[in-house]
Design a protein around this ligand. Sequence first.
Ligand SMILES: [Zn+2]
Length: 62
Amino acid sequence: VSWKDLVCAACSGRVAEGRCPTCRAAREQFLADRPSVPALAVATASGVLAVVVVALRVAGLA
Ligand SMILES: [Zn+2]
């Protein structure tokens, strides 16, 4: 699974599509020649948030 498959927790779109500022910021980080530690942190946070959002929807809580 590459970063292009990540789903944005803010707009529910693919990060690669850059639909919102969060997507674009994350995409720029991923596209950087040398990913920094903050970039990895953003990717991890986005992934966790996406999983939480999906879990809540499945549970019917959101
Ligand atoms: Zn987004």
